[in-house]
Each structure stands twice: as structure tokens, then as C-alpha cells.
Design a protein around this ligand. Structure first.
Ligand code: CLF
Ligand code: SF4
Length: 476
């Protein structure tokens, strides 16, 4: 068994890689409850068209569709990092992930990283791209110490057939190219760029949008190819599709991928690749822990009125370093308390002696403990549990929290929550009212507050044993 920050069974992580990922909230599942990222929306243009994207909004390769981020100039972006870093001590990563493609806006992207190298030497740099221009910019990526690169790759079908259903056109060598030819060029550039990055020691994460009926069957081939290229992590993101997003797929009625389809794709790909299962499809201006975007708190700040001197002094590098040391001490304490009950990418047999597992939902604000009231939760962490171990499976979002103000009391989303948790066995939460508890009990979901403020992983394992036994006694 291994704790959350160690390798999957198929991948051994060297000390050097561990150093790169230990405080990256996306590359390390163990880090995402403790460290924050900021996205800088300095890259508005794009050089391809994806059928799941409406260009009025952020790049859907990393973002939820239908959200829009205000654009920033590189200088404003650097000021924003200093300001946010002075308010959010957990900040550890700066990413450029849109609103268009980071490398279709190479000048602004690299200018931003160049300045950040000097001003915020304690932060890790990250960018996300569709990959079309990747081979061209490898040297720049290395020059600015961008150690983490995400490439969205949805198919490895060499005929271009699947790709042509996803990408209607690309902009290539001053021409618009369509159909299979476009898909083939994009794939060639993506594979070449990924190979060049991994050969030079950059950690590559690949995103694949799971598009039901279009690329679902090809994703295991994608995972195999990624593994052969030395990609570190594969993130399978569900297509989120609705007519109101104004995307081609939304208007054509291509359905969103369901939780069950995502779980099936993860199962089919997980034997080949280390998978990311905690992605939240962030905005291009997201700020904070990936589970709680605090971007709005910083949109009204007048960065132009602040001088670099005052921002740098507020950033206070020595106290940030101290805070990160404290976070690491807390993580060590948690790891001990959790008793290594979690295995990443475990099979059912590794989790259960009889090959039967159950799902347990948790509400948490972060820091690895059950510290959120049911009524405030906008998402649930879902763990798969057996008598041997547990694994983190996914998070499930709801549109709004159960309690979102007195005015919405008669309009709470309990039906949506029941649908979201219908396949779960137990809900562990800090506190829950009698009314919602009765509603959840009515679908067979046990609500348990007795693990409030306890470490999540050990609590999930213990709650499984506690309630499984009482169920068996009931049946007996
Ligand atoms: Fe941002 Fe992406 Fe870097 Fe993370 S997000 S650029 S790798 S710092 Fe993370 Fe957000 Fe998912 Fe992206 S949760 S959408 S995977
Ligand atoms: Fe949209 Fe991103 Fe695709 Fe460009 S790469 S079309 S911004 S989803």
C-alpha cells in the first residue's frame, strides 16, 4: 500500500520528480488539498477550433465550458501573482491556460514567465496547450523553467477520421486547413512536441476530453501512446455539453459524458497510465485550491494603482517559505494518521478480499480533513472502499450548495444531490441537518457526522468497516 503522494503501482517516482510534483495541486493528488494555483489569462487567441469550444468563453481544454475570464497584460498578470501570493500563502503554482491557447500567444506567455522568474522564484510554472505549436517552443519552455506542460490530446487515430470529428480546422502555416489533413497535422505536432519535452525532462500531463460516441473507444490507445512517450499523467475530462454553451457538439446534441462513462474510461486506461482523477476543469483566471476557486475575490483589485515595490514587499518570500514548511509538517502528520490506507489506481482485488467495493462521499474544505458542513458543499469527494484499502475515485459537483441563503430555502437542490450520490453507501460530513439527512436516508445513504474534523482517508476506511458490519448484522 502507499499513501497519496507516492507512485501508482505501474510507475516508480524518482526523487527528482517527487521534488517537482510534491506541491503541485494537479500533478500530485496528495498536494491538491494543501496547495493553490493561479491561472493568468494572458493568452486570448487560439490557432485551432475544437467542436466542444465556444470561443466567446475560455479554452475548454482546461476549463468548464461557458465561463469567461477577463484578460490581463503580462505586467498586470505578474502584479496579480504578487498580490495573490501575499494573500494566499498556499500558492505554489502559476499556470497559463487560456482563455485561448498559451502557445498561440507565445509572446505574452513567455514575457509573463520571464518576469515571474525574477519576482516569484518560489513558484512552479505550468502551461497548457493544444500542442499545435509545441515543437517550435521547446527551447523557450526550458529557458523559463516551465517544468509542467499539459497537452490536450483527444485521439491518436492516424487516419485523421476521429480527429476530423473533433477539430473542424486548424490554422497552420498561414492557411486554414480542414478535415482529416488538419487532424493529422495536429496529431503529428502533439506527438513530436510531447516527445521533445519528455526527452528534456519536462513533466507532461495529457488531457483527453471524453466525447461519448466519438473518441471513447480510442482513449485506451491514447493512454498506451502517452505511456510510450514518457507522459507523466493522463487526465480524462468529461465532455460537458449543452445547447446553451453554443458549441458545435452542444448544438448537435452530442451528450455530456456521465460519471459512469468517466469511471469506465478510467478503468480502461488506468492499466497503462497514471491517471489524474481530481481535476476541476478550472477557469483561465482561477485562483486558490483547485476545489474552491477564489478568483472573484481578486477581480476588482486595481493592480495598476499598486507599485511593484509595495507588492513585492507584501509578497514576503521568507514568510511564504515558512508557511510551506508548516504545510509539509502537517502533511507528514496526516500521512501518519491516515495509516497508508489509500492506494492510487488500485484494482477491485487490491481494495477488497471479495472483489466487492462501495462508494463513500466526503465533504471537505481542504487540508485533508472532513471540515465542511453538508449545507455548504458544492462538491463531494468520492472514494471507492473495500476491506483492504481505499482509493480516491473522483469529485462530483452540484450546481449550488444545499444552503445558499434564506431566500432559497424552499428551492434547495436536494433532488440533484440525491441523484449525484445515488450509488454511494455513506456520506461523511462535518454537520448535516435533520431534513436533508432524512432525504438522503430515503435513498439508502447513511449520513455520518462522527468523523468530523478527522483525517479523510483513515475515516473513510473506518466508516466502511463500521457501517458494513452493521449492515451485515442487519441482514444476518
Ligand atoms: Fe493550471 Fe493545468 Fe497547470 Fe494545474 S489546472 S495549467 S496543470 S496549474 Fe489542474 Fe485545473 Fe484540472 Fe488543469 S485542476 S483544469 S488539470
Ligand atoms: Fe477552444 Fe482551447 Fe480548442 Fe482553442 S484549443 S478551440 S480555445 S478548446
Amino acid at each position: 500500500m502507499s499513501c497519496s503522494c507516492t507512485a501508482s503501482p505501474t510507475q516508480t517516482i524518482s526523487k527528482e520528480i517527487e521534488e517537482k510534483i510534491h506541491n503541485h495541486p494537479c500533478y500530485s493528488e496528495g498536494a491538491h488539498q494543501h496547495y493553490a494555483r493561479i491561472h493568468l489569462p494572458v493568452a486570448p487567441a487560439c490557432n485551432i477550433q475544437c467542436n466542444y469550444c465556444n470561443r466567446k468563453y475560455d479554452c475548454s481544454n482546461e476549463s468548464r465550458p461557458g465561463v469567461t475570464s477577463a484578460k490581463l497584460k503580462p505586467l498586470q498578470a505578474v502584479k496579480k501573482v504578487l498580490h495573490v501570493g501575499s494573500k494566499i500563502a498556499q500558492l505554489s503554482v502559476v499556470g497559463i491556460a487560456g482563455p485561448g491557447d498559451a502557445l498561440a500567444n507565445a509572446k505574452a506567455t513567455f514575457e509573463t514567465f520571464r518576469m515571474l522568474q525574477e519576482k516569484t522564484p518560489d513558484l512552479k510554472f505550468c502551461l497548457s496547450t493544444n500542442g499545435l505549436k509545441l515543437p517550435e517552443y521547446i527551447e523557450e519552455i526550458l529557458k523559463y523553467n516551465i517544468d509542467h506542460v499539459t497537452v490536450t490530446i483527444n485521439t491518436v487515430d492516424e487516419s485523421g477520421e476521429i480527429g476530423s470529428k473533433i477539430y473542424p480546422w486548424i490554422h497552420w502555416e498561414h492557411k486554414k486547413i480542414r478535415g482529416k489533413e488538419a487532424a493529422k497535422i495536429l496529431l503529428k505536432q502533439q506527438l513530436e512536441g510531447i516527445k521533445m519535452l519528455t526527452q528534456r525532462g519536462v513533466l507532461v500531463k495529457a488531457n483527453s476530453v471524453l466525447i461519448p460516441g466519438i473518441n471513447d473507444k480510442d482513449l485506451p490507445n491514447v493512454a498506451k501512446k502517452l505511456k510510450s512517450l514518457g507522459v507523466f499523467l493522463h487526465n480524462i475530462m468529461p465532455l460537458l455539453s449543452a445547447p446553451e454553451f453554443g458549441t458545435k457538439f452542444g448544438l448537435d446534441g452530442v451528450p455530456s459524458a456521465s460519471d459512469q462513462e468517466v469511471m469506465a474510461a478510467q478503468e480502461a486506461c488506468g492499466m497503462d497510465m497514471k491517471l489524474m482523477s481530481h481535476c476541476r476543469q478550472c477557469r483561465a483566471d482561477a485562483v486558490g485550491l483547485i476545489s474552491q476557486d477564489r478568483g472573484e475575490e481578486f477581480t476588482e483589485v486595481d493592480l495598476d494603482a499598486m507599485s511593484f515595490e509595495e507588492l513585492e514587499s507584501a509578497y514576503d518570500l521568507p514568510s511564504r517559505i515558512k508557511k510551506h514548511e508548516m504545510i509539509e509538517m502537517w502533511r507528514k502528520h496526516l500521512a501518519l494518521a491516515n495509516q497508508k490506507v489509500k492506494i492510487e489506481q488500485a484494482s477491485k482485488e487490491e481494495l477488497s478480499s471479495i472483489g466487492v467495493t462501495k462508494l463513500i462521499a466526503v465533504t471537505s474544505l481542504g487540508e485533508g480533513v472532513i471540515n465542511m458542513h453538508f449545507g455548504s458543499a458544492k462538491e463531494f469527494l468520492i472514494y471507492e472502499v473495500g476491506d483492504r484499502a481505499i482509493k480516491f475515485l473522483m469529485h462530483r459537483k452540484i450546481k449550488s450548495a444545499y444552503c445558499s441563503g434564506a431566500e432559497n430555502c424552499n428551492n434547495n437542490p436536494i433532488e440533484e444531490i440525491k441523484e449525484t450520490l445515488k450509488d454511494c453507501f455513506v456520506l461523511l460530513t462535518q454537520k448535516i441537518g435533520d431534513c436533508p439527512m432524512e432525504e438522503l436516508n430515503s435513498i439508502g445513504l447513511i449520513c455520518d457526522e462522527s468523523f468530523a474534523n478527522e483525517p479523510i482517508e483513515k475515516s473513510v476506511f473506518e466508516a466502511y468497516k463500521k457501517h458494513n458490519q452493521s449492515k451485515e448484522l442487519e441482514v444476518g
